[in-house]
Design a protein around this ligand. Structure first.
Ligand SMILES: Cc1cc2nc3c(=O)[nH]c(=O)nc-3n(C[C@H](O)[C@H](O)[C@H](O)COP(=O)(O)O)c2cc1C
Length: 352
């Protein structure tokens, strides 16, 4: 394949993405500031953190924070989770009426205990009839809006466990119900976030339907984009953990695809980016909770930095953007600028 075949525009129903590199929804991570930076640095689509269908329609106080998108964040997808088809339908109507996004995604992959035990997320991989009703309810609710209808997409796993792989049935079902795209995380529920992704099952999914199939799981640099697209023939890739601590990953991939060198970032460059990110977080949340929730990202950014134990201890405690700036300034003054260490994709359960 030549490089243009890997990175290309992607049509999701009536919506066209500039490129087929999608930032995965990551609850607690891909908030407005995070997505804003990923988008500015090349992501073709960004997706909200997962939002519960009843929280959305009952106007929970968290909804504006979770759904807000930037002026340049178009197209944008809102991801819904839940287990009641009627509530999904109401959420779809709510999103379209309020022009909140251009795409609506259904979560059938989250393995978190509280989500699965409530019959949502990955649990739906065990309940094809309920899954079908949910997709159909969303597509039908969207269709009520005629010209203003939005494409509905579905994010699934390969199945519940290795003995019950059913992703091909699910992508066919999604297509049959009128979904415009399916993203497949190439693992089962029981694999959670570890174990080698089984991309060949995604290849089977791609062969089974005409709608776009996006592959997800352990994709980081351009080589892995090429590798998974070669294996699966997928129409695009979704990238999650590789963007944690390396928020410029989309820029790296686009540069490599265009035959350019990856940006030769040094610690001083990354510090500028972290400061910007910190300012966006502080401004967006307007309170200490936002900066507190950013602490984990500060630790991802600074992992492996030279002589950084003291720096990281202090970053664990920050409570304002000014404090982040002065701690980072002191560090660079003390150590001088150095090259950025190699980056490994984080395991979700890894302690940083
Ligand atoms: C911290 C974290 C939060 C996540 N939140 C969501 C979510 O809200 N919705 C969803 O569909 N998947 C969620 N996922 C799964 C990711 O979207 C993605 O499918 C998974 O991490 C595999 O891709 P990766 O190897 O590129 O990270 C989450 C994963 C992580 C690590």
């Amino acid at each position: 394949m030549n490089d243009e075949i890997y990175i290309k525009k992607l049509n999701i129903g009536k919506v066209t993405l500039e490129n087929n590199l999608i930032l995965a929804p990551l609850a607690g991570v891909t908030d407005y500031p995070f997505r804003l930076i990923c988008r500015a640095l090349g992501a073709g689509l960004t997706v909200s953190e997962m939002i519960h269908v009843t929280a959305l329609t009952h106007k929970s106080k968290h909804i504006p924070t979770l759904t807000m998108r930037g002026a340049n964040e178009r197209p944008y997808s809102i991801q819904l989770f839940g287990n009641n088809p009627q509530h999904f339908a109401n959420s779809v109507r709510f999103i379209i009426r309020n022009a909140m996004s251009e795409i609506i995604d259904i979560n059938m992959g989250c393995p978190a205990k509280q989500v699965v035990t409530s019959g949502s997320g990955s649990y739906l991989m065990k309940e094809p009839e309920l899954a079908r009703s949910i997709i159909k309810a969303c597509v039908d609710a969207s269709a009520e809006f005629g010209e203003a209808a939005l494409p509905v997409t579905v994010k699934i796993r390969l199945g519940w466990d290795l003995n019950s792989i059913n992703a091909v049935d699910y992508v066919k079902m999604a297509e049959d119900c009128g979904a415009a795209m399916v993203t497949v995380h190439a693992r089962t529920y029981s694999m959670r976030f570890s174990g080698t992704p089984l991309y060949h099952h995604v290849a089977d999914c791609k062969k089974a339907v005409k709608i776009p199939v996006v592959v997800n799981g352990d994709i980081n640099l351009y080589d892995s984009v090429k590798k998974v697209i070669d294996i699966c023939g997928a129409d695009g890739v979704m990238i999650g953990r590789a963007a944690m601590g390396r928020i410029w990953i989309f820029n790296d991939i686009l540069r490599q695809a265009a035959g350019k060198r990856m940006l030769d970032f040094s610690i001083a460059d990354v510090i500028k980016l972290i400061k910007l990110h910190g300012r966006l977080v502080a401004a967006f949340y307007c309170d200490i909770n936002g900066v507190e929730s950013f602490r984990k990202q500060l630790l991802w950014y600074t992992k492996g930095w030279y002589d950084s134990a003291k720096l990281r201890d202090r970053l664990k405690m920050v409570s304002s953007a000014d404090e982040i700036d002065s701690i980072l300034d002191e560090y660079i003054k003390r150590t001088g600028d150095t090259a950025l260490p190699l980056h490994n994709t984080f395991n979700v359960y890894e302690r940083v």
